[in-house]
Design a protein around this ligand. Structure first.
Ligand SMILES: [Zn+2]
Length: 90
């Protein structure tokens, strides 16, 4: 039996990809935003390509705000960008 890879939609470019090609952003119950490499952290999550450009798009086009149903502060986005860079994304 073939197992279908679960697809998730990037909140930046809007493309659906294999979950493994994306990174999960999670808002913790404490209200901070983190990258969730394991996909198991608690909190509301959204998926993003491992690209700074998609993070920028998600921020500018309010994809982040829509996903988390609040205004995501620029400061939180900068922190996420730094985490993305550590992952060695494009
Ligand atoms: Zn994307």
């Amino acid at each position: 039996m073939e197992k279908k890879a679960p697809l998730r939609r990037c909140i930046g470019c809007g493309e659906s990809r294999d979950k493994k090609e994306l990174i999960r952003i999670v808002r913790t119950p404490e209200g901070s935003y983190e990258l969730d490499a394991t996909g198991r952290k608690n909190g509301r999550g959204a998926y993003l390509c491992k690209k700074e450009s998609c993070l920028e798009t998600a921020f500018r086009k309010k994809g982040l705000d829509r996903s988390f149903r609040e205004s995501v502060p620029a400061q939180a986005v900068s922190a996420l960008r730094e985490e993305l860079q550590k992952l060695g994304g494009e």
